[in-house]
Structure formats: C-alpha cells, structure tokens
Write a protein that binds this ligand. Structure first.
Ligand SMILES: [Mg+2]
Length: 324
C-alpha cells in the first residue's frame, strides 16, 4: 500500500478528473478540514450513511475490487433516489488491512468513481485508516468502508416512508432477486462464479426524481434488504398493512432463467425502488426505460399478506443473510 499522504493525493487526483459539477457544488473538497458545499436555495439537504463490510457485504475472493467500489456507492445513491432527491457529493471513510495490495485499492476507487461520474457526484472527502495495527498471521484482514452521500430535494418534497394509505397501489421498479440469486450461485461454488460476482446494480436516481416531480409516490423506499422487509418498513412507518400478488412480482433472470419467488421476495441488494401511489394516479409502465410493476395494494391493519393462486397467507418480513 502507498503511504497515507501519498494515497490521499492519488485518490484526490483520480476523484478530480472528469467531474463537471465540482465547482458549482463543492467550494472546497479533499484537502481541507471540512468540505464546503454550496446548499442549493429552496432545498432540504438529505444525508445518508452506509457500511460496506468485508465478510458481511462482500468477500474479496468473490468480487472484483471495482464491483465492491461500485456497490459501496450504490448503497448511498440508492437511498437518495428513494427520497426523490439529487445527490450533491459523496464522502468515503475507508479502513484497509495492512497487507492489502495497492491494486485492490486502485480497483475499488476505479469502480466507485466510474459510478460517481455517471451520476456527476463528486467524491468530496473522507478518511483513510488501517483496519488492524498489524497483519495477523494467516489472516488477510478486513476492508471496512462507510459511504456518506449528501443530496438535496426541493423543500418539503422529500418522499417519505410514512405516506402510504389504505387503497394505494404498491409498485416496484425493474426486476427482483437477481442479486440474491447471484450470491446463491457463489455459495454453491458453481462454474458461473465470475459472472455472479460482477453484478453491478444501478441506483434508480432518475426514477426517484421523476416520481417526486410528478408527485406520483405517496411513500417510497429502496430495496436494499429485500422486498418483504423493506415493504414492512413502509407499512410500519405509515401504520398500514399490505397485500402482495405473487404472480405480479417481477422476478429477475439469471442466465436466461427466472429466479425463484423466494429470492425476489426476500433477497436484498437489488437497489430497485418500491413506492405506493393512490389508485387514481396514472403511473407510467416505464420510467427512464425501466419497467414499473404494480404488485399489490396497501390495506388497513398492520399485517402483510401474500396472495398466491387465490390463497392468502401471511408474508413474514425476512432479510437474506448472505454469508451465514
Ligand atoms: Mg434505504
């Protein structure tokens, strides 16, 4: 690994290249005690922070470093999308084990900054540390990353989890279960490990923004932990229940095969959006080229049900604990 000072200069150089918005938003970035951001007039600020921990969220031997970097930033951007907001700047705190190769760090930043450029989000600061004082014999040590994303939304217009009302229709973007199916493939140790490890979800920023602008969504969340658990979070915040139609759930495809319903229901890390809208509102079938599917409706009470072949059963919120 490069010495810290060197490393930071190296990262700052990479981060500065190809950022269009830098001067409008970031008055001072990497290299001072704080970043100085210009807060857009008439907007509320959004702040989100998310861990990416080796052994919990990824394994270094399974995922290329670029994919780990990409997914690290996706977690933050997806939260901003779920509020209907615009990302302004990202901050990264990164703890690296002493024995790590510089090539891994370079790959991580390549993946992260490629996604940052795609959405024009400057990396405006962070912190670097060693995750262990010395390398334990026989242990590769662990990479720990915490991404912070600051965003903005017109004042009072952030789409919260608490706005769902009985009778609202429940929608999801894209397809679900692909990330969980890829992890299952990795755990099985099948031949397609390389393809499974390269899965890079795209945060649905355009869709979140479009729904907020057109005032279509009454409540919204991003699907980071799984449909059942994230829908339950919306229901809990809104004080409502839900009925989900199993046949309407858009299951992802992995190498041409549809993933199992269980993966679409409980698998995490899809980073699609789930939102609710009054039954009377006209929700388009696609936004920004991504299909939008109605999968059920909000009910009174506080329970979640799954309707499958005409039979109704309780839907228990469960996350997918990948590496257990
Ligand atoms: Mg979220």
């Amino acid at each position: 690994l490069r010495p810290e000072r060197n490393q930071i200069e190296h990262i700052a150089r990479q981060a500065a290249s190809g950022q269009r918005r830098r001067r409008n938003v970031v008055r001072a970035g990497i290299g001072d005690d704080c970043a100085v951001l210009r807060a857009p007039a008439g907007h509320d600020l959004l702040v989100t922070t998310d861990f990416t921990l080796e052994g919990v969220h990824f394994r270094r031997e399974w995922y290329p470093a670029t994919v780990v970097g990409h997914r690290c930033l996706t977690r933050g951007l997806s939260d901003i999308a779920a509020m209907g907001g615009d990302p302004l700047a990202a901050f990264l705190s990164l703890a690296l084990p002493p024995g790590l190769e510089q090539a891994w760090v370079d790959g991580f930043f390549r993946g992260l900054l490629r996604l940052a450029r795609r959405f024009d989000v400057p990396l405006a600061g962070g912190d670097l540390a060693q995750s262990e004082l010395r390398q334990a014999p026989g242990s590769p040590g662990r990479v720990l990353a915490d991404i912070v994303v600051v965003g903005a939304v017109p004042s009072g217009q952030a789409v919260l989890r608490s706005g769902a009302r009985p009778g609202d229709t429940i929608y999801v973007t894209g397809a679900l279960g692909g990330a969980a199916a890829a992890v299952a493939e990795l755990l099985r140790g099948g031949r397609d490990r390389k393809a499974a490890g390269s899965y890079q979800p795209i945060p649905r920023l355009e869709i979140g923004r479009a729904l907020r602008r057109r005032r279509l969504a009454s409540a919204m969340i991003d699907l980071s932990d799984g449909l059942s658990i994230d829908l339950d979070r919306v229901c809990e915040s809104s004080g409502v229940g839900a009925e989900v139609d199993a046949a309407a759930i858009p299951c992802a495809r992995l190498r041409g095969r549809m993933v199992e319903l269980e993966m679409a229901l409980h698998g995490g890390e899809d980073y699609e959006l789930l939102f609710t809208a009054p039954a009377s509102s006209r929700v388009p079938a696609r936004i920004a080229g991504v299909p939008i599917r109605a999968i059920g409706r909000i009910t009174g009470g506080r329970k979640l049900f799954l309707v499958r072949k005409g039979r109704k059963s309780l839907l228990r919120p469960q996350g997918w604990e990948y590496f257990r």
